[in-house]
Ligand binder design. Structure first.
Ligand code: ASP
Length: 320
């Protein structure tokens, strides 16, 4: 079977000065995941590995570099799904774990549940031998400064962020940082998988959970159709169950670009701003977004490795 992999590092208005580190970050994850997949790894292993690398890169809003919530704490969400078995695992409002995606995988494989949140997820992590990191290990200087600016309301920072939550997303600006990470893959056996990880939205209410940990909204994978990982304004993504919407279109026989465009049209009904990467079960891969930019990388045997943040992708130099 033809293998394929796609990764992303968020769909939003990435500032010009941050384009290159975003491109480089997704390129590193793409090459690492692709190398695994090419050497025969499963789709689940490849997406977990790619997302772990993105969680370690502070340029993205996941793992290290996660946004702080209104109480000054990092609360992360993550999920993973296997398209072969339709098994899935997820965690939400999780603190002090460096790789939420790996804990989500453990929920999938070692518990009878799909989603564990807050204190329960924390206890499960301890039982499973996951090390608790220090809160400051997840904190980047950028996020500390953003938090202080919002608290001090420098240059209307709080108003900017608050508008993100207005009904229907009206007035939401794309300046809000949205660097969620994710990956989708199809392996040699034709199995697909998807994984997504995030620090959520800037200045979110403590306990807020977005789309990322909700199977069907932020993440979905089904061998009969394909796999999808989303990023963007979570409240909008949730209301249209975006990832499952794309997969349902693939299952109905639409090609990837028609499925992607159709799902984006549905998202527009709630004024949503988002993007996603997808693979279909035949090894075709694409990304779609209605934000100004999206950090992403696509790899397939037919086309090689491509990365980019703007409309056009370039060949991935890190793969040469
Ligand atoms: N979708 C994420 C959330 O709403 C945010 C992001 O994509 O950066 O939690």
């Amino acid at each position: 079977m033809a293998i394929a992999l796609a990764v992303h590092g968020g769909a939003w208005n990435v500032p010009d000065g941050e384009v290159e580190p975003h491109r480089a970050g997704v390129a590193t994850a793409l090459v690492a995941g692709w190398t695994l997949l090419r050497d025969g790894a499963s789709a689940v292993d490849a997406v977990e590995h790619a997302v772990r690398i993105l969680e370690e890169d502070p340029i993205f809003n996941a793992g290290v570099g996660s946004h702080l919530n209104r109480a000054g704490r990092v609360e992360m969400d993550a999920s993973i799904m296997s398209g072969a078995s339709l098994e899935a695992g997820a965690v939400a409002a999780l603190e002090r774990i460096s790789h939420p995606v790996s804990l989500a995988r453990r929920v999938m494989e070692a518990s009878e549940h799909v989603l564990l949140v807050g204190g329960g997820a924390q206890t499960f992590a301890r039982e499973q031998g996951f090390e608790r990191c220090r809160a400051r290990d997840l904190l980047s200087g950028r996020e500390r400064e953003r938090y202080l600016a919002i608290r001090a309301d420098t240059e209307g920072a709080r108003e900017l962020i608050a508008r993100e939550f207005s009904p229907g997303g009206e007035g939401r600006t794309d300046d809000s940082h949205m660097g969620t990470v994710g990956a989708v893959a199809v392996d040699r056996d034709g199995n697909v998988a998807a994984a997504t990880s995030t620090g959520g939205t800037q200045d979110k209410y403590p306990g807020r959970v977005g789309d990322t940990s909700l199977i069907g909204a932020g993440t979905y994978a089904d061998n009969h159709a394909g796999a999808v990982s989303c990023t963007g304004w979570g409240e909008g993504i949730l209301r249209v169950v975006l990832a499952k919407g794309v997969v349902d279109r693939l299952a109905a026989g639409e090609d990837p670009s028609s499925a992607a465009n159709g799902a984006l049209r549905t998202l527009e009904r709630v004024g949503g701003h988002a993007g996603f990467v997808l693979v279909d079960h035949q090894g075709n891969t694409t990304a779609a977004f209605n934000t100004p930019r999206m950090a992403r990388g696509l790899a397939s045997e037919a086309d090689g490795l491509w990365v980019g943040v703007d409309a056009n992708l370039v060949r991935c130099p890190e793969a040469e």
